[in-house]
Structure formats: C-alpha cells, structure tokens
Design a protein around this ligand. Structure first.
Ligand SMILES: O=CCCC(=O)O
Length: 430
C-alpha cells in the first residue's frame, strides 16, 4: 500500500478485509441484487468470491520475493527487487460489481500500489462498499480511491490513460473498449491488464458423463443469466451423445426460475441491457433453421429486462449465436463428428478466454486442452474461476493474469541492481 509498510503488514490488512466481506455477505448480497438484479444465491456468492481474492492476496503480500542472479563477471553481483508499479487505474464492469474490483484491488494493494477504481455507473454501490470496508480494514487514507460516473465514463477512462501519474490500467469489459484504452494509453506507455470478451466453446465428447456435462453446462452457461465473460457461447456436442445431452439439459433447465433476484425462490435474475441482442440472436438462428428446445422469448410481463432461459438445437457456425458473444441466456447446441473437426471449429474465432471440455478419456483431455487456443480450459467442470487460479485470455481476449501466484506480477516492476568491483580474492587464502 505504501513503501513504508512491509508485505506482512499489508497482508494483515487484506486479511481483515477478507473477514469483513465474509461477515457482511448477506448485506452485500442485497446491495448487489438491488443494483445488478442477480439472484440472491449468485449475489451472496459474489461477496464470497470477492472475499476469496483478499484472502488469497493477504497470503501473497509477504511473499513477493526478489532474486539473486549469478553474474557473468565474477566481480559483479546482481540483485532483483520487485517494486510496486505505483498508482493503478482500475476500470470495472457491471456484471460483477464487487468481484471484478476485488480481483484487481486485492492484488494491487498486496503489491504495495495505490489505486483509483472507476466502477461501472450502472452498479456503483457495491464498489462503494469496498471503499467503506477498506477503511474499516485499516487501508491507509488515500490508498484506495473510487470514482463513479455514468455519462462521462469515456472521459474518465481517457483521463486515467493519459495521466502520467497513473502507471497502470487494469480493465475488465468488452474487447472494443479494451482496444480503445490500449490506444489511449500509448502516449504514456502504461502497463496494461485487459480481461476482455470471450466466445467460449463447451465441447461434449461421446465418452463424457452426461450428468457431469449437464451440471457443468448449466453453471457455465446460465451463471448471472448468461452475463459473464466466461459463460459458454457455443456448445459442440458429438453426434453419439447429442440427443441424450440435449434432452437432459432441457429437463434440468425447466427447474430454473427467472424473476426478481430478491425472491429466494428465483434461480436467475434479469439482464442488465441485453434483451434486444438476445432476441436478435435467437431470431437470426431460428431464421437459419435452428430449433427452440426451451424458452426463446422475452418476459415483458415480469419486466422489460427479463428473458426466458433458452436452449437452441441444430445450430451452425454461421449463426450470430456462434459468431458473436451473446452475453445472454441462450445455449446454442451444434453437432460435431470428430476431435480434429471440433478443435478447428472451437479455435475459429478472434477471441480466446474460457473453454470447456467434457470427456472421460484422459489422453483426449490432455490432447485437446493443449490444442485449444484459449487462456483457460475447464475439464469436466463448469466452474473456471477461483482466486488461486490464473484468470485471463489470449488473442483478442486480452493480456495479463488475475488471481493466483501470477496475479501479483501485473502490479510489480522488476528492478535490477548490479554491483561491480567486488574483490573475489579471499584474504584468508593470501
Ligand atoms: O465476467 C467475467 C469474469 C467472471 C468470472 O471470473 O467468473
């Protein structure tokens, strides 16, 4: 947090931050549901997900080790110090109003940086909660700063990017905005972490366990009503298991309830602003011969932002549901025949964030994961995110890693110190 505090001292503050988040998870859940709409379970889950980053980085803060490197010249010594990058501009999205901030703030504070967090104008209260708890946890004044904005969001982004005081930008959001921030940062050569859009494939091989595949599909597709950057966008199901998988998927999804997130009986809440795009994608797919296996319609009687959880069958790769990230509750099922074919179809996109693979063949699991051009692969699970795991993408999904032992590196500069003229002749041997 500042150079006068040791990593151990910063770790204690982050630990207290973690405890406060856990203690307040119910109130935090209510705030998240009130401003984002997500169902109670998802909202309280987000409070704990956020807490996990503070717990993880409280343990990393004291372990930011440097190195001693043997120099080529015996009379020189080389030391490597790891120093905080300085002031970080953190720009966070509405889909996880607290957790995407927590993921960045916890790593930055652990490294010893100060932060200016620009939260999404649609969901600013959860990030303000982080500021309140930061103060209670003992984060020194001026170390954690929050700026909220709605209309003038682009100019705030620009100010952070063009500022010489801000040394780093970390952003989670769309690929379009990520590229814009990168352009705007070129004059000040910022260190950048960008967690951008995805078009996640979910591949079900004939040898997969159907119940595992269905449970994984439900969580990875419909979490936060389909509005996470790691949500599945394209299901590829092998011909021999297609009928059974799609039937069981539909049966299980019929148990879900869409409605007011504050009602504990609801499993899924509204969309933030994605009903029109969701409808556009469904209509495009249906006009090209996709079949509606479940849902398909918006739910204006519940509210203008509500949409049925939808499963489409007979999808092909030309449809918008396959070529664009829907960021809504549509599971688009396409068939495939061979391993080679599905790898090529899964990789045929500009982005590379999350991917999912269902198989009981260990050799295939290794082989296919190694060939998938994605930053993350989940095998036989629909849960890809964890504070201990490195989160991030390749291709147009961005750069940098968040969480895990690697996450601290995004907030660190390496300094090398070489000392010359060291007499290597020991006086004892003279
Ligand atoms: O939406 C982006 C991140 C979601 C997650 O880490 O599960």
């Amino acid at each position: 947090m500042d150079l006068t505090q040791s990593g151990r001292q910063r770790g204690r503050i982050l630990r207290r931050f973690f405890e406060l988040l856990v203690e307040n998870k119910e109130d935090i859940g209510k705030i998240i549901t009130a401003e984002n709409g997500k169902a109670k379970g998802d909202a309280e889950g987000e409070a704990l997900f956020s807490a996990g980053f503070f717990e993880w980085f409280s343990e990393e803060a004291p372990r930011i080790y440097g190195d001693v490197i043997p120099h080529s010249n015996p009379s020189c010594r080389t030391q490597v110090l790891k120093e905080p990058v300085g002031v970080c501009g953190l720009i966070t999205p509405w889909n996880f109003p607290m957790a995407m901030g927590a993921r960045k703030v916890a790593a930055a504070l652990a490294a010893g940086c100060t932060v200016v967090m620009k939260s999404d104008g649609l969901t600013r209260f959860a990030s303000n909660v982080l500021a309140v708890l930061a103060e209670r946890a003992g984060v020194p004044k001026g170390v954690f700063n929050v700026v909220t904005a709605l209309e003038n969001t682009p100019s705030l982004g620009l100010t952070l990017c063009e500022s010489d005081i801000v040394k780093k930008i970390s952003f989670a959001g769309s690929t379009r905005v990520g590229k814009l921030l990168m352009q705007q940062s070129r004059g000040t050569l910022k260190k950048l972490s960008l967690a951008l859009g995805g078009n996640a494939p979910f591949i079900v091989f004939d040898d997969a366990d159907v119940e595992t595949a269905v449970a994984s599909a439900i969580i990875s597709k419909f979490k936060v009503t389909g509005q996470t950057c790691v949500c599945v966008n394209r299901f590829f199901v092998q011909e021999g298991i297609y009928e059974e998988f799609s039937k069981r998927f539909v049966e299980e999804m019929k148990k879900a309830q869409v409605g007011d997130g504050q009602d504990a009986a609801m499993t899924h809440g509204p969309l933030t602003n994605g009903v029109a795009k969701t409808q556009e994608h469904i209509q495009d797919a249906v006009s090209k011969n996709a079949t509606v296996l479940l849902g398909g319609k918006s739910l204006p009687s519940v509210g203008k932002n509500f949409h049925e959880l939808t499963i489409l069958g007979n999808v092909d790769d030309s449809m918008k549901v396959a070529t664009e990230e829907t960021f809504g509750p549509v599971a688009a099922l396409a068939k495939f025949s061979t391993e080679e074919e599905v790898i090529s179809r899964a990789n045929d996109c500009e982005v590379g964030l999350a991917s999912y693979l269902m198989t009981n063949d260990l050799g295939r699991a290794h082989r296919v994961s190694e060939r998938l051009e994605f930053g993350m692969v989940a095998i036989n699970t629909g849960v890809i995110s964890d504070s201990a795991a490195p989160f991030g993408g390749v291709k147009h999904s961005g750069m940098g890693r968040e969480g895990s032992k690697y996450g601290i590196d995004d907030y660190i500069n390496i300094k090398m110190i070489v000392t010359g003229g060291i007499n290597t002749v020991y006086s004892a041997s003279l």
